[in-house]
Every structure is written in C-alpha cells, then in structure tokens.
Design a protein around this ligand. Structure first.
Ligand code: HEM
Ligand SMILES: N[C@@H](CC(=O)c1ccccc1NC=O)C(=O)O
Length: 294
C-alpha cells in the first residue's frame, strides 16, 4: 500500500468530523482520584488574581508579576541547592543548577516584551490604585540578590510587617552566598584562596578583592588542569549576565512606561534602577579577563 494511502487511513481513524477521537485509554473520571488541577492547586493559583481597578490591563500587570514571583521562587530553590552541591564539592550538580537559573532569567527577560505592550496611557489609568506598593518590596527578588552576594541588611526593614519574608532574608543574610560556597570549594580543591576571603563576614555585600584575582588567573591560564572549576566560573558569569539583562529590560520597560517619573516605592525611578546596573556579583571574574592573553 502506498505510504500516502496508509497515512490517510490512520488520519481518518484519529479525526472524525474534524474532531480528534479520544482514545479509549484516556482517563476521564477524576471524581475519586487526583487530577491536573488538584495536583497543581489551580483553585488557589487561579483565584489569586484580584484586580483592584476595573481597567482591562490590570490582569496583565498582575500576571506578569505573579509569573515572575513563581520563577523567582524556583530560582531561589535552585540557588540554595547549588550552594549545597558546592559545599559537597559536587561540581556537576552545581553547574546544572546554575544553568537552570540562567535559563529562568532568560525567560524572565524575554517576558518583559509582554508587559511592554502596556502603553503609558493604559498604565496611567490604574497606576493610582497601586499606592506605594512597588517591586522594591519583592522579598523573593531581594532573596535572590542576597544569595548571589548583593546583601544589604537595611533592606530588611522594608519587610517589618511581613515576618515570613523578613525571616527568610535574615537567614540568607547570615549564610554564605553561592560565591562564598564556590570559593570554599576552590580552597578545598587546592586553590590558593586567601584565608581572609574564607573568613569574611558573610552578612556584608561582596566587595571586589584584588587578592582573589590571581586565584582565578591560575584557573584561566591552565584551563585543562582546572576544567570543572573553569567551567563553573563561566557558569557564574553566564548567570550574572542573565540577571543584568533582566535588570536592564526592567529599566527600559519602566522608562517607556513612566519615563522619568518617581516610583510608587518612593525612589527617583529610572535613575535609581540605573545604579543597580553597576552592582556586580562576581567582580573578580570580570577583572581576570582583562589580563587574559596579555
Ligand atoms: C510598568 C511596569 C513597571 C514599572 C513602571 C516599574 C517601576 C519600578 C520602579 C520605579 C522601581 C524603583 C522603586 C520605586 O520607587 O518604586 C522598581 C523597582 C523594582 N521593580 Fe519594577 N516596575 C514595573 C514592573 C515590574 C515587574 C513586572 C517586576 C517583576 C517582579 C518588577 C520588579 C521590580 C523589582 C524587583 C524592583 C526593585 C529593584 C531594585 O531594588 O533594584 N517591576 N520598579
Ligand atoms: N514602581 C512602579 C509600580 C510598580 O511597578 C509596581 C507596583 C506594585 C507592585 C509591583 C510593581 N512592580 C514593580 O515595581 C511605578 O512607579 O509605577
């Protein structure tokens, strides 16, 4: 039989009157067992969009934020695991986690294009209902910044009225960052990480330490000898790049939506967000690049 004829018969079995026939084995009775919506708690998830204006575009604004928060939740979960894998000197697993978080941030960066369809005029129609609420009060975003090294104890006061958020941030403030965990791993692997780096006060934001550059230089000068560590350095740079691109798209979206107006959270707006672009998680991994091939 000709292949085309065979295909036509198969197709006629699968489609009747333009409708796909549901195979016999497909389950349809979920009165007594777990189904899709039950597993995913969709009743809870889908009842959590509660616009406070009747403007058509407020659901977009809410869903854009909520999907971001879901991905931030996963990022934090993965970054905690990355830190634990580094503590256990399990580089392959740490690298897999870093790659996943990088892709989450790429997705989040891409997602800005959806919100960018919100015009200034549309946003202005419901901006007033937001009061002083702002993304600055996102505890999960702050948690991701903290675990990556951009710590700031003062920001905990923003969450005075939110004990769960404040506790989570306090715990991350007190614990080593992903970079701390990586540097401790390097020390155990025989790299000459200075003692003061290993003993640093982990509650403080990371500040570039020139004494660390030779450690990275040794890795980049003989990549074959240090391949897993070298690859992890590049994963960290990939991740920093991904977070920076998210910050940049946020800035550009803000600029096209509210121009140079002050933020609902009380900051100068675009100018304040611009300054975040100067914050770097792994500065030595950039400094070391200047000397490569020199
Ligand atoms: C039209 C959309 C948006 C505008 C106009 C906007 C504007 C702003 C402004 C002006 C700030 C500075 C703080 C302030 O004074 O309010 C800020 C901070 C922030 N926003 Fe947005 N934003 C928008 C969408 C989003 C979305 C979708 C997210 C995702 C969760 C987000 C997350 C954040 C975060 C995390 C900060 C703190 C950044 C930092 O500390 O550097 N924003 N935003
Ligand atoms: N800061 C924004 C308001 C805003 O975007 C926002 C308001 C409530 C909850 C999340 C928000 N997103 C990011 O800042 C503004 O100044 O228009």
């Amino acid at each position: 039989m000709a292949i085309e004829e065979n295909r036509a018969i198969e197709k006629s079995r699968a489609i009747e009157d333009g409708v796909r026939t549901v195979e016999e084995g497909v389950r349809t009775d979920f009165r007594a067992e777990m189904d899709y919506g039950g597993y995913l708690a969709l009743d809870t998830l889908l009842s959590a969009q509660r616009p406070i204006s009747d403007h058509h575009d407020e659901p977009l604004f809410i869903i854009q934020h909520q999907t971001t928060e879901l991905w931030l939740k996963l990022s934090l979960h993965e970054l905690r695991a990355v830190r634990a894998h580094l503590d256990a000197d399990d580089v392959p697993r740490a690298r897999k986690g870093l790659a996943r978080v990088k892709h989450v941030f790429r997705t989040l960066t891409e997602q800005w294009s959806v919100l960018a369809t919100l015009t200034p005029s549309e946003y202005a129609e419901f901006r007033g209902v937001l009061g002083h609420s702002s993304g600055f009060q996102s505890f999960q975003y702050r948690a991701v910044e903290f675990i990556l090294g951009n710590k700031d104890e003062r920001l905990l006061q923003v969450f005075r009225g939110r004990p769960v958020a404040q506790e989570l941030l306090a715990e991350l403030l007190d614990s080593p960052t992903v970079y701390d965990a990586f540097l401790r791993h390097l020390a155990r692997a025989g790299h000459a990480v200075p003692q003061h780096v290993l003993d640093r006060d982990v509650r403080r934001a990371w500040v570039e330490d020139p004494a660390l550059v030779p450690v990275h230089r040794a890795i980049y000068e003989d990549t074959a000898a240090h391949w897993p560590q070298y690859a992890t350095c590049e994963d960290l740079v990939d991740l920093e790049d991904a977070v920076q691109l998210w910050r940049f798209r946020h800035l550009r979206t803000v600029q096209r939506t509210i121009g140079f107006a002050t933020g609902t959270g009380g900051s100068s707006g675009v100018d304040f967000l611009k300054r975040a672009l100067d914050l770097t998680f792994f500065p030595e991994l950039y400094t070391v690049r200047s000397g490569i091939g020199a």
